[in-house]
Design a binder for this molecule. Structure first.
Ligand SMILES: CC(C)(C)c1nc(N2CCN(c3ncccn3)CC2)c2cc(C(N)=O)c(N)nc2n1
Length: 336
């Protein structure tokens, strides 16, 4: 039935197929949103969702109020209230080769009318983005990135993470962002326990961190040994920093944990050296990284470049090739 054109179906047939689709979609949503362990690609989910939309459009009488098509917007888990990010949490443009990175460098120089730029290079931590809000130096709210505009309030869970300060060293009212991640050693221990208890192991540290953060029971989160690196604030004026590298120092002074491997680079050669160094160190780091983030260092130039609808023009993520091809791609790169 599923591949029969909707126009050839009877109402009964459409209703039967729609009911099956709703059950299938609901179970996939539960895997994705509740267990953080999806078993199908987004594309598969989207194809079935579109089929249900087509059926319900052709046969409006079969629509049910609990149909996934009737739940508007991003589904938040029961028990987590929504948080609207006052400054949207943008995503990141990404490139997969040094050549594309050189194009980003050339384009950015041209946009700024400069022939030399200062970048801040950072490891791209493989965790999930969080937002932390402080009022007069007190932690008041924490949330997930969600869809960039609306996330889930996970304040109680974030309070169990040792690297998140409840009080800053200065009474600032700021919102900061960073990556919450699970160290590799904690991930291995957690999966041993999952298997020992007959539970499904997590696919990777990122899923484990997401699943641990979005636990309704904060005691479970507390037991997962999560950690954070802070890298951004939407309240730059409150910070008193004029570059990304100075801002990182300020986050540390305020009591946050920052990643110790950031480096100011002045040209593509220095950026390439940084990428090569940390491509080689990847396995030895105690946490997962999936690339390098290159940011224009002066905030004034970041503001001048601005953002597109989805991503800042002043930063790019260089993504490592997927593990299985890593050695092959790396060899080719060495001959370049
Ligand atoms: C604030 C900016 C936009 C410059 C920014 N955004 C980031 N991200 C955005 C996209 N994010 C995202 N997440 C889920 C879906 C789409 N985008 C996840 C964080 C950064 C992530 C890392 C990292 N991982 O180590 C980092 N050192 N710096 C970042 N800087």
């Amino acid at each position: 039935m599923a591949d029969q054109p909707v126009s050839e179906l009877t109402t009964t047939q459409a209703n039967q197929e729609a009911t099956q689709l709703r059950e299938q979609l609901d179970s996939w949503r539960k895997e994705y949103y509740v267990q953080d362990a999806p078993t199908v690609e987004d594309h598969t989910y989207d194809m079935h969702y579109q089929r249900l939309l087509d059926l319900e459009a052709a046969f409006p009488e079969i629509v049910t109020p609990d149909s996934p098509t009737q739940q508007v917007g991003d589904v938040t888990l029961p028990g987590f209230s929504k948080v609207t990010h006052t400054v949207p949490m943008l995503s990141m443009g990404d490139v997969f080769s040094i050549e594309e990175l050189a194009e980003f460098d050339a384009r950015t120089k041209q946009n700024l009318g400069q022939d030399e730029l200062e970048y801040n290079c950072e490891l791209k931590i493989d965790g999930l983005a969080i937002s932390l809000v402080y009022e007069n130096g007190k932690f008041v709210q924490g949330s997930t990135r969600g869809d960039g505009n609306i996330g889930e309030d996970i304040t109680a869970n974030l309070k169990t993470i040792k690297s998140i300060p409840m009080t800053l060293t200065e009474p600032l009212s700021i919102e900061v962002r960073g990556e919450c991640y699970m160290p590799k050693a904690s991930f291995a221990k957690l999966n041993e326990r999952q298997e020992a208890e007959g539970k499904t192991p997590f696919a990777n540290p990122r899923n484990a961190a997401a699943g641990s953060l979005r636990q309704l029971d904060r005691k479970v989160t507390a037991d997962r040994n999560l950690d954070t690196f802070i890298y951004y604030t939407s309240s730059f004026e409150a910070l008193g920093a004029s570059t990304q590298s100075e801002a990182l120092q300020r986050y540390q002074e305020l009591g946050f944990t920052i990643n110790p491997h950031s480096r100011v680079c002045h040209n593509m050669d220095e950026i390439k050296a940084y990428i090569d160094e940390y491509t080689g160190q990847r396995e030895s780091l105690s946490y997962g990284i999936d690339g390098i983030v290159i940011k224009v260092n002066p905030v004034s130039q970041q503001d001048e470049l601005g953002n597109t609808v989805k991503v800042p023009r002043w930063e790019i993520a260089y993504k490592f090739p997927p593990d299985e091809q890593q050695t092959v791609v790396r060899d080719i790169e060495w001959t370049v």
